[in-house]
Write a protein that binds this ligand. Sequence first.
Ligand code: RM4
Ligand code: MN
Length: 382
Amino acid sequence: MDIKAALRAQHIETPSWAFGNSGTRFKVFAQRGVPRDPYEKLADAAQVHAYTGIAPTVALHIPWDKVDDYADLARHARELGVGIGAINSNVFQDDDYMLGSVTHPQARVRRKATDHLLECVDIMDATGSDTLKLWFSDGINYPGQDDLRARQDRLAESLARVYGRLGEGQRFLLEYKLFEPAFYATDVPDWGTAYAHCVKLGPKAQVVVDTGHHAPGTNIEFIVAFLLREGKLGGFDFNSRFYADDDLMVGAADPFQLFRIMFEVIRGGGLRDEVAFMLDQCHNIEPKIPGQIRSVMNVQEATAKALLVDREALAAAQSAGDVLGANAVFMDAYNTDVRPLLAELRQEMGLAPDPMAAYARSGYFEKIAADRVGGEQAGWGA
Ligand code: RM4
Ligand code: MN
């Protein structure tokens, strides 16, 4: 395999919400130069693409990125050299959703939530996005609070309506998460639940793996291998976690896990645009644009190492039952310093070899910090 060609073709999608202010439930720390509207978020995302060369699309979150004219927003993105990626729905920040959205016991609330999901498909039509990402905060806090089975029925009914609305070339990705904000039972807690709903619906429904949404110790690369094998891996929400859904920079907590995941992606033929490599992160204490550049580089480094695995030698050791030999082939690739290779690749792409340094030198941060005064800074949920 031509490693450089594969790396050149890889696309990593940045999330609009990573450029706005974010924090924990204790405090959101405002940063200088933060975007005041979706147009400025796209401008910042375009910087990440300008210095890495492999981040050409930006995911939107509705209603955080609500604008009057979505076609105009998409035009603005194109002028900046980027495109609109996945449309992320949001049915978790309205008072009506306290007891759930599409699984709510009341039909009125379920209809409202489903209407929002359908509106997101309208936005896909207007922006040219081909992917809808569905994450539900739905669940219950107490045993007996609601009927677990009925909630699955309600979920299935809403998903079927949205599925039916998808146009040619459009798909949705169903995201699972073990817990939070519901603490006793979540309605889509794991990949098996998401997978079962998607299988029933058809080829336009796939599973998205958010790396922060598992119990500690979960073998995520197994899930990746399984879903790819079934044609049901729609993409990733990459981030790192130490404890729960920490949304830290991907590859920061466990670069080895990221390498193992990327190896299974490559092994399963998933290094192509049909598998969306998205970041889903918040930069609470670090600057946002460099935080995104670093994250894109982390995914790229893990991909390069995974591409370096000598698959022939690995297969030979595996079939000979050479446990240590096979493991050594794997570890050799992981322990290779791929930074010189990536610096060379960037230069061949007409980019600076060190994206972090090039961005820092560019003066962009000083410019946005001076320009973006007044107005209201965008934030997680704002
Ligand atoms: C959720 C989930 C979604 C993301 C929101 C902000 O936990 O990961 O993908 O859009 O957070
Ligand atoms: Mn996510």
